[in-house]
Design a protein around this ligand. Structure first.
Ligand code: T1G
Length: 693
């Protein structure tokens, strides 16, 4: 006998099937724990607990996943009743067995709901996790307490402080799941959940098994060593350390006292600067795929991709496409170059397997989709052809001219150029509307950032296709316009210019790098220069007219290039490098730069770390606001996504434009006015600050 009734709107409903009560959550897109879902769960549990005909209860979800966590749309608003801890405790307190039916990604509050259930049935392809630290939070509804009781402090700490999604198939002996259903079939999951519930009833095994009643077994666990490890890996992030402290502090408490400590720390983190920044970062990444000017065209289907150039970039890009199940045809100029390119791609997959990024079978399947040729005719059936050849505009023009005669009329042409004018390349071919920039970042098979560059005549359909391909590549694809360096590198040039200007003004190399890394940047800007080669940027800049208004423009780099100090590759750059590659201060650099400063009549002085960080950050803010004003980017959050994924900006600081918003329009205006007064309008131009309202 089956009766159905809705509990709250249509997000939570219950169905009675014989002596089973089945609670279904249906709240797109990921069954997040909105207020209505929380209220619906509490009402459903109460209703079924009171129904004498019901012997056991299943909590399941419709759609793509079991509950994926608290509702991010409610973040930033005051918490509303029923609070999630009350919901999970109500589920656990139910006097009838409650079974969670897990598929997709049961994360955060979703996993906490599952842990409050008395049993868990899960698909082997499902994932679970406590990703709260990625949002600057810790689990706030019993997750620290119940996870530690089931899997022990070590595994609980790893899951909570890493925030990683863990495949159910790797947790078979964790004690977390009572039944693991092989595969990814949710109908089979539903069936197995019902069978499991019916077995409980048939065996009269109806006493709820509550994790909250278990004790934590910390025997032999070295909390001291674990703490040092958590702090080291946190690299300035507060939430992982807070999670550690909660687990250590509550290991011997009862669940109620433990949850009170957890809740207190959760609420203290909620609304913290780091949490606000991390939640902004999460939103900024999602926002990149929703360009403000809606793209009025559907993406073309792309499966066969031609990659021209098998060097470091081309082979990395080809690796990225192959790993996303595209078929790749690699083109090189000679059989030797082709072999070398194919070899680089295969080496990338060997590394992927060695580092556990993928299994050998997957790698073999990917490589089976790779072929190579020296004949452009082999590109005739490609849906997309992307070039990653030498950065010379005439080489690229010739290449695309050849492609227009070889490829289908609807083939999308993409260039990976970093600095060349895509409008100029497009103007040289008969199908400019087919050309788009797809600017990958090295190493292209690792870096998630992809700039999709819309040239003047690029069609909407080609843009939509490139954005779709970026999504399939699992890249953070950001739509940008054409200018020198597009968005990321143009800002990076401005950042580099400001850092090198401060060098000429007397700031010390190590002081600059240490100030920036202490603030949170992944690497010091001058160490990065040494790594990539000071001459690379210098040669690219030398191809452009020197900005007469900016007498110190990268003159520090020019000085070092003249002194043949090119960076790591010459064991000498901004730093000195010993035979082990370890960097050391190089006093002669300060002398060289002092001479250059004197020639340029730039006075030298002491700097504070704060001023160094502020000047560098404001260079990014100023250039980011100019990019938006010129229409190179469509939303400020895109700039944050670019800097978080392309340049090692600290995620827990949200991005340069998030920092500007946190500083506030008035403070930014005052600081920019001071810099403008000191260094002039051309270095620090007027920008539109209304965006910071
Ligand atoms: N709340 C609301 N909407 C969400 C959401 C969430 N938690 N997660 C994703 N979405 C939306 C997303 O905005 C997009 O919407 C759509 O779902 C698809 O997302 C108390 C406090 C779940 C693995 O951190 O990791 O619980 O753009 O494009 O690549 O302890 O989204 O389609 O309109 O990313 O398949 C913990 C964060 C919260 C999960 C799916 N949970 N989300 O990835 O699709 S804190 C999380 C994700 C918490 C408790 C604490 C991923 C995903 P739209 P998508 P996807």
């Amino acid at each position: 006998m089956t009766t159905e009734s809705a509990i709250t709107h249509d997000v939570v409903s219950i169905k009675q099937q014989d002596n089973l009560g089945i609670i279904t959550i249906n709240y797109a897109p990921v069954n997040a724990l909105s207020q209505a879902v929380r209220q619906g769960l509490i009402n459903a549990i109460a209703r079924l607990e009171a129904d004498h005909a019901v012997k056991a209860i299943i909590i399941r979800c419709e759609g793509r996943t079991f509950i994926a966590g608290a509702d991010i749309k409610e973040f930033g608003q005051p918490p509303t009743q029923p609070y999630l801890p009350d919901v999970v405790n109500r589920i656990e307190a139910c006097n009838k067995p409650v079974i969670a039916s897990l598929f997709g990604t049961s994360l955060g509050g979703g996993f906490e709901v599952a842990l409050a259930c008395h049993y868990r049935v899960a698909l082997s392809k499902a994932k679970v996790g406590m990703p709260e630290v990625n949002l600057g939070l810790i689990p706030g509804a019993g997750g620290t307490q119940r996870l530690m009781r089931v899997v022990g402090p070590e595994q609980a700490l790893t899951m909570i402080t890493s925030g990683q999604h863990v495949s159910v198939s790797t947790l078979t002996r964790s004690g977390l799941f009572d039944v693991i259903v092989e595969g990814n079939d949710t109908q089979e999951l539903d069936a197995q959940s019902i069978i499991f519930a019916e077995q409980l009833i048939d065996n009269d095994n109806l006493e709820p098994r509550r994790i909250g009643e278990m004790l934590v077994n910390s025997d032999g666990f070295d909390w001291l060593a674990a703490k040092a490890n958590v702090i080291k890996r946190a690299r300035g992030k507060e939430a992982p350390v807070a999670a550690f402290e909660v687990l250590e502090q509550t290991q011997s408490m009862n669940i109620s006292d433990g949850m009170a400590v957890e809740r207190q720390r959760f609420l203290a983190l909620r609304g913290s600067p780091q949490s606000k920044a991390l939640i902004h970062a999460f939103g900024a990444e999602k926002q990149t795929s929703k360009p403000l000017k809606k793209i009025n065209a559907d993406a073309q289907k792309v499966s066969l991709v031609g990659i021209i150039g098998g060097g470091n970039m081309g082979s990395g890009i080809a690796t990225s496409f192959l790993a996303a199940n595209f078929t790749v045809q690699l083109i090189e100029q000679s059989s030797e170059a082709l072999e070398a390119g194919l070899g680089r791609i295969k080496a990338n997959f060997v590394s992927n397997v060695k580092r556990g990024r993928m299994g050998q079978q997957v790698a073999d399947t990917c490589l089976a989709n790779l072929s190579g040729s020296v004949d452009y005719q082999s590109l005739s059936e490609c849906d997309l052809v992307l070039e990653a050849v030498f950065e010379d505009i005439n080489v690229k023009k010739e290449l695309f001219k050849k492609l227009t005669s070889v490829c289908r009329p609807d083939t999308v042409f993409a260039t990976n150029t970093s600095y060349l004018d895509i409008n100029e390349i497009a103007a040289s071919i008969s199908r400019p509307e087919q050309l788009v920039g797809m600017h990958f970042f090295s190493p292209a098979n690792i870096m998630k950032l992809l700039e999709i560059v819309k040239a003047e005549h690029t069609s909407e359909q080609v843009i939509a296709t490139a954005m779709q391909v970026g999504k399939q590549l699992k890249k953070i694809s950001v739509l940008v316009g054409v200018c020198f360096g597009f968005a990321g590198n143009r800002m990076y040039t401005r950042y580099g210019r400001e850092v090198q200007q401060m060098l000429l003004e007397g700031a010390d190399v190590a002081q600059i790098d240490n100030a920036m890394t202490s603030w949170g940047m992944a690497m010091g800007p001058l160490a990065v220069q040494d790594l990539s080669g000071i001459d690379i940027g210098h040669n690219a800049r030398s191809a452009q007219p020197f900005p007469a208004h900016d007498k110190g423009y990268f003159r520090a780099a020019a000085t070092l290039v003249e002194a043949k100090r090119l960076g790591r590759k010459t064991q000498a750059g901004f730093y000195q490098y010993d035979e082990n590659g370890k960097k050391h201060a190089a006093p002669e650099v300060a002398e060289l730069l002092q001479q250059t400063a004197q020639k340029l009549a730039i006075n030298q002085r002491e700097f504070s770390d704060e001023e160094i960080v502020q000047r560098a950050l404001f260079a990014l803010i100023s250039e980011g606001l100019s990019l938006f004003k010129e229409g190179i980017v469509q939303q400020l959050s895109d700039i944050d996504a670019i800097w978080l994924h392309g340049y090692g900006f600290p995620r827990y600081k949200g991005g340069p434009m998030f920092q500007a918003k946190q500083l506030g329009k008035t403070a930014v205006a005052e600081q920019l006015a001071q810099l403008r007064a000191q260094f002039g309008q051309q270095i620090w131009p007027d920008v539109d600050l209304t965006l910071l309202d």
